[in-house]
Design a protein around this ligand. Sequence first.
Ligand code: M6R
Length: 612
Amino acid sequence: MCGIIGFAGREQAAPILLDGLARMEYRGYDSAGIAVRSETKGLQVKKAKGRLQVLSDLTHGGADLEGTLGIGHTRWATHGEPNDINAHPHVSENGQIALVHNGIIENYLEIKEQLQRHGVKFTSDTDSEVVAQLLEFHYNECHNMLEAVGRVLRRIEGSYAFGIICSDYPNALIAARKDSPLILGYGENGNYIASDVTAVIKYTRDVVYMEDGEIAVVTPESIDVFDSEMNPLEKKHSQVDWDVSAAEKGGYAHFMFKEIMEQPEAIRKTVSPRIRDGRVVLDDVSMTVDYVKNISRIFIIACGSSYHVGMVSKYNWERLLRRPVQVDLASEFRYSDPLVDENTLVIVISQSGETLDTMAAMREAKRRGARTLAIVNVVGSSIAREADDVLYTWAGPEIAVATTKAYSTQLVLMDLIGLYLADLLGTVEKSEYDAILTEMQLLPEKMSHFLEHFEDVQYFASRYFNHNSIFFIGRNLDYAMGLEGSLKLKEISYIHSEAYASGELKHGTISLIEPGTLVVALGTYAALFDKAMSNVVEVKARGAEVLAVTTESFKEKMEKTADSTIVVPDTHPILQPSLGVVPLQLFAYYVALQRGCDIDKPRNLAKSVTVE
Ligand code: M6R
């Protein structure tokens, strides 16, 4: 979703702003802009619809804009269509104040009407411009930018991260946040603000995570942070511990492919530190046996692929824990008057840790007395900081919009937590516990082995890429895995695709199967393999072309019926989706490649969805 960068320093700002925006391209956007202040030229603003390259060309890589203080933005349209005018930065009517904004101002219409009554003229359709104009209004009253920002923040409702510059302040930019991420970066040649660390990692690893309600004044020499009452705050610094190369393609054509290939290592990093002497150790979680025994209900709440991890975990956890586990979409949970109390454990899963729906659902669960445990990839993100407990997936930065390694690490981490809880409850046999842990430690090796033959999947993608509608079918864990395979395919290849529980086909969907329809049949779940095969026979009988994914154990049987078969290594049944999902990711990737799609930045999508 939208990305903010700001720089106050001793170098030309524009190239740094463009570079920071390029590093946040993965978040998703449809227009971009920068504003730079110089002593001689005042505020200079350039904005352009489309890819960042358009803006870069327009400004000759930033060389046209002189000045060492500036802000930049990539916009993902919410209020008003994507065009040059609605792009950020927005400038107040007198041209003195420029502002970039992430989030949504809910009461903007009311404020706009009020300002219009004072004769203020608006040029864009955005809620963000209203804030720029309101700022000018208050600045004209008090002639102090910090005071004016305070007045604006007290007046607006909604979510925001702001970066603000004013031509009267040659060295300072002002930042503020509420419900939208913003970090402060301390560099040698100046200081930064950014929506995420990827934008500034090239320049500094020394960062501070801003909290809701905080305001920062950033100059080349210092950063001062204040609370909403303008009291100065001492902030804790964090050191970013991953390398800049982790957020670069490193010779791969796409981040998505690189991240698929990184999965074995990401799983190893997530699992290894949490197994000691044959036991699961979750150092960061402080649940007592008494607490766990009193859990009456477990909710897993997430969006998109993270929700699909929840679907797999529901099957696995109910099997291991013998407790009811409900998986809810975060956007549904929060408005469903959920049956949550202090004996409810709520697990929230989020790669970014910034997904607004998930965050709001977590707050709702906490408000109702539940204990919350967050599974998050981005260290220091909002969800991680607000949850009662947090466990990180050590996947490293995930840049492609389509998640792969974050999904895989979430999956294994959820399996680990399931085992940990089952052990506390005494609901898992020791032999089963040991078998799962042993197999979990073998997953990276087995996955690497499969990935060595990625061309096999490429071959099937080249055979099937021109289908316009594809069905994924499977039972139990295979159904949950199919949901992810189908989402992966549709988000990056734009092929219509649906995932169904195989047994449900005959209740309606089978009418869509006609000669030549491609069905991806998932048959990796041993306990229901024969049942799954009956459904494969059913769709074959109606003319479907079947591409199957199965395990070494069932290869022979599957090959007798399916048109094409992809075989993944066997593992413990609970862990099978960790291996089964890999060919589905590769299939989506190669189909999208064949169709010439923009794989890392699919249309209309954003990496972190910070609006409702
Ligand atoms: O950052 P989160 O895990 O909270 O994001 C949730 C979804 O937006 C995300 O999984 C989305 O579905 C991905 N693009 C799927 O590849």
